[in-house]
Write a protein of this length. Sequence first.
Length: 109
Amino acid sequence: MQAFWGVGHAFIKEVIPLMPEPKPHYNSLATMVKILEEKGFLGHETIGNIYRYFPVISKEEYQKHAMKDIVNQYFDNSYSNMLAFFAKDQQLSEEELSDILTIIKKNRK
């Protein structure tokens, strides 16, 4: 998705050079693109006999979807569990925790 947000419309062969090392094989990337399209994240237009893909959701929308999946699958659908994990495992400082609380309070208003 990062590559498509960066370039907009692109053919699979144009996306491969934008991928980090090790570069995926064309068929592997085509499979990932197909899955992203089936999930509604990418769309395509037909040019000749090939598809040119483009993002149909914003990065922010994608992040919301991905975070909901992560919280559901790995933290028993609990944001408290997720925050506790990061506080403990990633050793967040008191300042970082305070910043998180400030952001939460600000967004509740």
